[in-house]
Design a binder for this molecule. Structure first.
Ligand code: CTP
Ligand code: MG
Length: 549
């Protein structure tokens, strides 16, 4: 019995040390962020090339992987193989070849279902027919047998935050880093997002040879989470005129009007619904400010939003990517705030009157500007070189410094993640949202140009408010929760000198609050010293308390 206990303790300790080691490694990898900074264009280009060399094959079970591997090897050298399973026990194998020509040969030699009801479509999504004569072949058990980096350890399903072992870390900063590590978009998730984009791009190649479909938003801006939706945009052709060619394609004139965009959305909706494998639950949302087609890609298990000509959003993703990679504290703080908002139901997967993840991300970035951990956008604009100049087709100026490793980075602020988390809540708990608008361009507040419950100046289209959708009621709820969070953290730190992230995600417990108020008052009385829990003793908060209790 004792032996088992000590063995278990030893295992726990071992597990703990491995995690500690991983976290320390993560910190040391990310501390010199800007030295290892990868340009956004390079990142996108590499991921697109990877997707051009990849196919996704559905197999009946894990046991078919070795068979699939030897079958696919006929077409070219395989670089990577990933296996994942979706709910409903569907097994998929993402196979990346060394060379794109292997994929072309493989697709040329693949066959279609012989059924007059099934339209033959070429796409990187296939299924593997089992070979009766090989049914009893030896099962695959180790990577060695494949002699390729065969990966099964990456999930497409977001882990439950209660099961990732947050409680094993005493330090709140370490808990925040672990949260990031366990929930951030992983390699396979990124690969599949680019493959999902490539499916649409390839299907349009015949008629629009120069068009590209690019992921944007959280899939690429460094703030993406496992399982989060994919935002896609069909980009207009980039034409580099060849002056020496005397043969020029005939073309048709189409306007770039909203009506044309809405028609394009309808056409794309039909294409996805009628012809493209895996695309289901297609909805055309043509009346939105940015018209989109919503659909599910069933082979990848994610929801997608496809827009046309939304170049500004792509530039916005790059701007956020730059900030996300600027300092190692940015992403864990954004992830913690987004998770907090989701767990206490401030955000919702469906769009509406509530705050969005995008707005929350901008609020965190603004706070980090106040802490001088990241620069304001004006600084990036001033440092831009000729190669950074980008003016979109709609005339929006998206010029800012892309290669921030050139920026002289001298961050004096050495605050830890837990200090920044509390700082975020305290800063916005006492923020005057009624008169101030938030401008990341200047890194300062400005007067609200018009009434809106929350006003965050769109960093690239400065006449728009990013958070125009938020109602006064939702804003009030947000403000209360900011104060509650600040209060919960402060009182716990004051009482126990520690704080557990899961307590923040549990939301606010009024009874517990009353108990703590009592304890603090008791402490003040006995210690004869002034203990300040900022929000608790703030007048307006006391009013709030009365309302809540
Ligand atoms: N976007 C924008 N202006 C808005 C809303 C969105 O420019 N008012 C752009 C941003 O680049 C944003 C992207 O569209 O990142 C996608 O929006 P959304 O899916 O709402 O946010 P994500 O950042 O992708 O976050 P989530 O993980 O919730 O999808
Ligand atoms: Mg998104």
């Amino acid at each position: 019995m004792n032996k088992t206990c000590s063995l278990r303790r030893l295992c726990n300790l071992h597990e703990y040390l491995i995690k500690q080691h991983r976290i320390i490694r993560y910190k040391s990898n990310t501390c010199n962020d800007l030295k290892s900074f990868v340009l956004y264009d390079k990142f996108i280009c590499e991921r697109r090339s990877q997707s051009k060399c990849s196919v996704l094959v559905q197999v009946s079970s894990e046991n078919s992987i070795s068979d699939l591997y030897s079958y696919c090897s006929k077409f070219g050298s395989i670089k990577n193989i990933f296996h994942y399973q979706l709910a409903g026990s569907n097994h998929f194998v993402l196979t990346e070849f060394e060379d794109q020509s292997a994929v072309n040969t493989l697709l040329d030699q693949s066959t279609h279902v012989k059924d007059s009801n099934v339209i033959a479509v070429r796409s990187p999504f296939l299924w593997f027919r089992s070979n009766a004569s090989k049914k009893n072949s030896k099962l695959l058990s180790t990577n060695d047998k494949l002699n390729v980096p065969f990966q099964t350890n990456q999930t497409m399903i977001e882990p439950n935050i209660k099961n990732i072992g947050l409680e094993k870390f005493d330090s709140l900063s370490d808990q925040m880093l672990l949260l990031l590590k366990c929930t951030q978009l992983n390699d396979i998730g990124t690969r599949l997002r680019f493959l999902t984009a490539m499916q649409i791009e390839n299907s349009l190649k015949g008629i629009f040879p120069l068009s590209k479909v690019l992921p944007f938003g959280s899939s690429v801006n460094s703030f993406g989470k496992i399982g989060s939706d994919i935002d896609l945009v069909l980009m207009d052709s980039e034409i580099k005129e060849n002056k020496t060619s005397r043969l020029i394609y005939h073309g048709k004139c189409v306007s770039n009007s909203r009506t044309q965009i809405q028609r394009n959305i309808e056409i794309l909706g039909d294409l996805l619904q009628l012809f493209l494998p895996g695309c289901s639950r297609v909805k055309r949302i043509s009346q939105a400010r940015v018209p989109i087609v919503k659909y599910s890609q069933d082979f990848v298990g994610v929801e997608c939003d496809l827009a046309v000509s939304n170049e500004t959003a792509v530039n916005m993703s790059e701007l956020l990517y730059i900030f996300g990679n600027f300092d190692y504290r940015v992403r864990p703080l954004v992830f913690t705030i987004k998770m907090w908002a989701r767990e206490i139901n401030l955000t919702n997967d469906t769009p509406g009157r509530w705050i969005t993840n995008f707005s929350l991300t901008l609020l965190v970035l603004f706070y980090l500007q106040q802490e001088k951990i990241i620069p304001d956008i004006q600084t990036l604009v001033k440092q831009a070189s000729n190669s950074d100049v980008r003016i979109t087709n709609e005339g929006i100026n998206c010029t800012f410094l892309r290669d921030v490793s050139k920026l002289h980075k001298d961050v004096e602020n050495k605050k830890t993640l837990d200090q920044l988390l509390l700082g975020f809540f305290e800063y916005f708990a006492s923020f005057d949202f009624n008169t101030n608008a938030i401008s990341l361009n200047f890194g300062k507040t400005i007067n609200k140009p018009e009434y809106s419950a929350l006003y965050i100046v769109n960093p690239l289209e400065v006449h728009f408010n990013v958070s125009k959708n938020i109602s006064s009621e939702e804003m009030e709820r947000f403000r209360i929760e900011l104060r509650n969070a600040a209060w919960t953290m402060e009182s716990s730190l004051l009482n126990t000198n520690s704080f557990n992230l899961l307590d923040l995600f549990k939301g606010f417990d009024v009874n517990k609050k009353n108990q703590i108020v009592f304890e603090i008052q008791h402490q003040i009385k006995n210690s004869n010293r002034l203990v300040t829990v900022k929000d608790l003793f703030d007048d307006s908060q006391t009013q709030e308390d009365k309302r809540l209790t």
